[in-house]
Every structure is written in structure tokens, then in C-alpha cells.
Design a protein around this ligand. Sequence first.
Ligand code: PAF
Length: 282
Amino acid sequence: MEVLRDAAQMHRRASALRAEGRAIGFVPTMGYLHEGHLSLLRTARRENPILAVSIFVNPTQFDRQEDLESYPVDLEGDLAKAAAEGADLVFVPEQKSMYPDRYGTFVEVEGLTRRWEGTYRPGHFRGVTTIVAKLFHIVKPHRAYFGQKDYQQACVITRMVRDLDMDIEVVVLPTVREPDGLAMSSRNVHLTPGERRQAPVLYRALGWAADQVRRGERDAPGLAEGMRRMIQEGTTATIDYVAVCHPGSLEPLETVEGPAVALLAVRFSKVRLIDNLVIDRH
Ligand code: PAF
């Protein structure tokens, strides 16, 4: 496994691999790898002759400085995990090399970024699309892998790739959950033991909504209200949003007539969690 710290070096390596006709599967991460990331690495490993991973805590996607400062880091552990999953290349750039002095170019997807995370984390998606576009230029992947846990992020990146004619296949893989249903996230370490016990209520609420739809319920605002009540009664978290939306446009639905996605975000004392579930009538 090769660890590359310099963008120019990574650029050259990726160009050489492409010239040899070898397809690159790429998993961009912010590190502190957990099973959710590892499931992306495993699929990318299976589907591509070359597996590239990046580890970079991207400052431009954090809307709050304290969230950036408290983001967990374990580079040594991450490199060991990437090696164990058979990664060929790990790109670990310095902040200064990704955002040199007088950096001034940003990529922004309109529309899809307006609601939900876009409302509660201003500038977040602009940071995500900017860094992902930069990483795509440097790593030159044929396929890039993202988790469904960040549902809106996956939609936004898919749209960016389409709108900017990037010749990259975006692969979105299912959320990996703890045995009690909590979606895996690097941020879960910041839950207090009490909050950790409450947190599975989020997935239970999503599951309840999916079940209601299978039983014939069609009232989307009513479903959102039911989930909201379960979270309020079962946790000490503050709710940012709970919504039942169209799975492509992410606009809130009035009636569930086809596939839909339930999205939610809540704030515990030191950590904000998001989760989602695609729901269908069957
Ligand atoms: O999902 C993440 O970990 C990040 O948003 C990403 C895609 C690596 C960009 O920094």
C-alpha cells in the first residue's frame, strides 16, 4: 500500500494507472474509519483493479469551528484498516496543499442543497462539492463510492458529476448500522452513554414510518409528525428536521404515492446525528 501526501504525486500515479488501462475505485473519507467506510472499501476493492482511499478532514465543509476541532482523528489506525482491506493507494494531503494561500475556487450545486442539511449547515455542501471535485481531479477515479447514510450528500455529488460531465460512476451503498440500529458514524463517539442508549430511537422512528407506509398510510406530513413525536418522547435530542420527501428532488411530499425517503437530523449535547430510510409501499 502506497501512502501519498502530495497532490502532484497522486496525480502522476493516477495518470500512469489510467494509461495502463487500470480502473480506479475511489473511497473519499475524512478518516476515523468504521465499518460503514470499510463496507465501501470492500465493494470498491471487489469492483476495481485499483483501490484508492483519501483521508482528509475538509475544513470548508464544517460550518462550526468547534465541530472541525473535535472531529476524531486516528491516522495510524486508519492506515492499518485501509491496508487490511487491500487498498493500493491512500491519499493523505496536508490542508495547505489542498487550500493554498488565496484559494478562491468553489463548486456549488444549486437547488438540491437548499433544504435540510443546506438550511442547518450553511456552506456545508459547497465545501463538500469543492473538495470532492478536487479529489476527483487528483485521484482520477472510474468509480467513486459513498454511503447512503449521507443521503443528501450522495444526491448532491451525483448531480455535480452529471452537471459537470465528470466521467465517473457514483456508487451509493447502504447504511451500515450497529446491532441496535444506530447508523455508524465517526461522530457517534461524542454521544454520552445515556444518549447512546437513546440514539437507536432514530432508526426505530424511520422504521415505524416505513411500516406505516407498507400498511397503507399515505399522509407524508402525518408520518413526519409521528416520527417527530417518537424522537421527542424517546430522547433528549433537539430535532433540526424530520421529513418525508421525494427520493430524487428531496422536496417534501404531501402524499406517499411512490418511493420516498424519510430524512432526519437531531442534535444531542455534543453531536448532531443524521439518518434516513428509503421507504416504499411494497
Ligand atoms: O462523507 C464524507 O466523509 C465527506 O463529506 C467527504 C465525501 C469525504 C468529503 O470530505
